[in-house]
Design a protein around this ligand. Structure first.
Ligand code: F6R
Length: 243
């Protein structure tokens, strides 16, 4: 078992800045690097910081490629709660990344299996993910890999756990409007990334962070598999620090 490198920041803004430092270094080292990106509240300070850094000339996204972790099933790209909209509004439209260099699983594909295979193939063609950004769900999900009896390998369709629907209803008018399924990179897809950066902020993430990295490795806590990844950095704020 490996324990992650863990960096404790004062608050979510500082988490964003420290994470941006790591992304800046990576992009300087490899201008056409492949970033695995996440949605949710946690990466928002990071995304604002990345936008600011490109505006001030510190980062150049024009050659960067990105693959997102997941998308809600049934939401069209222009739906305001789709992860496609999230990425466009919070990052892509503010930076020089080329739209053809950003991929997100489709939530409306008629042949989900074929779409998932194409997604995996595209990432392979790009040479794999260099840095994968992750948040973490209260139930230990990464991407939308929910607790279950195995670790799903590849990009696939999933049913969302009640806890996830409850947590994400804040973005919709009610829990009923939250899609009940999603398409997500698999645990194998995530584990294949060369480097992983997990962000966690707020006291409500403290317990799951501890379970993930200091508990048993089990598909009931999907993120716990990260104990077997050789290059994981966790950046959390003081409230989420698990000790
Ligand atoms: C989003 C994703 C999810 C979130 C997780 C935490 O693309 O993959 O695993 O990272 O649900 O969400 P927040 O950051 O909103 O607490």
């Amino acid at each position: 078992m490996l324990h992650p490198r863990i960096i404790v920041a004062k608050n979510p803004e500082e988490v964003g800045k420290l994470a941006a430092d790591l992304f800046e270094t990576e992009i300087q080292k490899k201008p056409a690097c492949v970033l695995g990106l996440a949605t949710g509240s946690t990466p928002l300070p990071l995304y604002s910081e990345l936008v600011a850094r490109e505006k001030s000339g510190k980062i150049d996204f024009s050659k960067v490629r990105s693959a997102n972790l997941d998308e809600y099933k049934g939401l069209t790209p222009d739906h305001e709660q789709s992860y496609f909209s999230f990425m466009r509004n919070n990052l892509f439209k503010h930076i020089s990344i080329k739209p053809e260099n950003t991929i997100i699983p489709s939530g409306i594909s008629e042949d989900v299996e074929a779409m998932c295979e194409e997604y995996e193939t595209k990432i392979e063609e790009w040479g794999g993910v260099d840095v994968q950004l992750l948040g973490i769900g209260h139930d230990g999900h990464i991407g939308f890999n929910e607790p279950c009896d195995h670790f799903p390998q590849k990009t696939h369709e999933v049913k969302l756990a009640d806890m996830t629907i409850e947590a994400n209803k804040r973005f919709f008018n009610s829990a009923d409007e939250v899609p009940k399924a999603a398409v997500t990179m698999g645990i194998g897809t995530i584990m294949a990334a060369k480097k992983i950066i997990m962000l966690a902020t707020g006291a409500d993430k403290k317990e799951i962070l501890h379970k993930t990295f200091w508990g048993s490795v089990t598909p009931q806590v999907p993120a716990s598999i990260l104990q077997f990844h050789p290059d994981v950095t966790v950046i959390c704020d003081e409230a989420a620090y698990p000790f």
